[in-house]
Design a binder for this molecule. Structure first.
Ligand SMILES: NC(=O)c1ccc[n+]([C@@H]2O[C@H](COP(=O)([O-])OP(=O)(O)OC[C@H]3O[C@@H](n4cnc5c(N)ncnc54)[C@H](OP(=O)(O)O)[C@@H]3O)[C@@H](O)[C@H]2O)c1
Length: 378
């Protein structure tokens, strides 16, 4: 588990090489504002080897955040993250490891017939109730979330996960009302509170693709204030001394997908008990980033360079590009994401060591100040 002492030691070892506010407060200490993601890539040994090297290099270069999920690359990403951390000269307690549960994972390869695989590996053994499944691949039932968390601990080969996310909970909206999804999230949070007390996870959060950035009237929308209220309720029912362990959210944020900053869609008052009885919440909405900042939640951006698209010269609009710091388009795109007010860390997926070098070097540039970031949108 990442500890205050090890995180600060890591910052003291690497901090001088980077620009202003490269290390930022999170959990028990500080973390790098560039993090390594492990989503993309084929489920092959060759990509495993590439990620092993990429993660090792990142950890030795000033990146101490690694993000994965139980289903990424058919479970191979979690295994490689664990191997790379164990093989690294960097202290495990100086690294924040985040993973996610929600999507049913394959085991090393994509099966020829995924539906049969899900039936035989999950439904028939009773790991998943077919009524809880959405799209044949997503489940938030509390028993399943705990099963998935155990699977992640096993695949990572670590004693503790520093940050455990529910993965794309908005997927459940395809078949459930918004209230039912909030209820499922609260039930899962209660389990995560217990696992936090047991020392299996440091803290937890919600990783989303659409939920927090779409308009309020979009079917996929979920209210961050309401989810925070559900975490507070889960904390009250389990009773940890610190209230609750809901500390982080993840959502896509980049030059082409800036909704978390530009769209005011979260109404702070919906976290009050009155608004949960079905009455209309008339409070003024604020953006995801503003709400998270005011509530003390850490924001991790995903797809920070639009899955590679923004690394292509000319992809960032000229007027925006001119305002950003960085020697290459990928660095400028990454620096846009980690300059947004309220962002703790921008995740960038990289299995290529040359990409890791380039992305780490983005952190040697100072981020934009809040005023300059606003000016990008004028
Ligand atoms: N809903 C969710 O929870 C969710 C969704 C998406 C992502 N995420 C997390 O966020 C992380 C980041 O998002 P992402 O991986 O989807 O997208 P991303 O970070 O925007 O882009 C990753 C892609 O960009 C390429 N790349 C990286 N650095 C580059 C550079 N300097 N120049 C050119 N190309 C470069 C990578 O190629 P190489 O592999 O060849 O280096 C990879 O194909 C993920 O890995 C995952 O951990 C979470």
């Amino acid at each position: 588990m990442a500890t205050r002492e090890a995180l600060w030691n890591y910052r003291n070892e690497f901090g001088d090489a980077f620009g202003r506010t490269y290390f930022r407060r999170f959990g028990p200490g500080v973390i790098s504002s560039v993090g390594l993601g492990t989503y993309l890539g084929a489920p092959t040994n060759a990509v495993d080897d590439a990620y092993r090297e990429a993660i090792g290099l990142a950890l030795r270069s000033g990146v101490n955040v690694v993000d994965t999920a139980v289903n990424y690359r058919c479970g191979r990403s979690e295994r490689v993250v664990g191997e790379a951390i164990r093989d690294s000269p960097i202290d495990r307690d100086a690294v924040v490891v985040a993973t996610k549960g929600g999507f049913l994972p394959f085991d090393g390869d994509r099966p020829d017939d995924p539906a049969s695989y899900v039936r035989e590996a999950f439904v028939e053994p009773g790991i998943v109730d077919v009524d809880d499944l959405v799209g044949g691949s997503h489940c938030l039932a509390p028993e399943y979330v705990e099963w998935s968390l155990d699977r992640s601990l096993d695949r990572l080969g670590l004693d503790t996960i520093d940050c455990y996310y529910l993965h794309n909970p908005e997927t459940q909206r395809a078949v459930r009302s918004r209230e039912e999804v909030y209820d499922a999230i609260e039930a899962a949070f209660e389990r995560l509170e217990r696992r936090r007390l047991a020392g299996d996870i440091g803290r937890y959060g919600v990783a989303t693709w659409d939920a927090f950035r779409v308009p309020e009237d979009d079917d996929r929308f979920l209210s961050l204030p309401e989810i925070l209220a559900r975490a507070e309720a889960a904390g009250r029912s389990v009773g940890p001394a610190d209230g609750h362990g809901f500390e982080a959210i993840q959502l896509p944020f980049n030059v082409a997908m800036a909704d978390a900053f530009t769209r005011a869609n979260h109404r702070p008052a919906s976290s009050t008990p009155d608004a949960r009885d079905g009455s209309v919440d008339e409070s003024t909405p604020v953006s995801t980033l503003e709400f998270a900042h005011d509530a003390g939640l850490s924001v991790f951006t995903s797809a920070s360079i639009a899955q590679g698209d923004l690394a292509v010269p000319g992809a960032i609009p000229d007027g925006v590009d001119a305002e950003l710091s960085g020697g290459t388009p990928a660095q400028r795109a990454l620096n846009f994401a980690r300059s947004a007010p309220g962002v703790t860390c921008s995740l960038v997926g990289a299995s290529d060591v040359a990409h890791v070098r380039e992305n780490v070097a983005a952190g040697t540039f100072d981020p934009l100040g809040a005023g300059a970031f606003d000016a990008v949108f004028e």
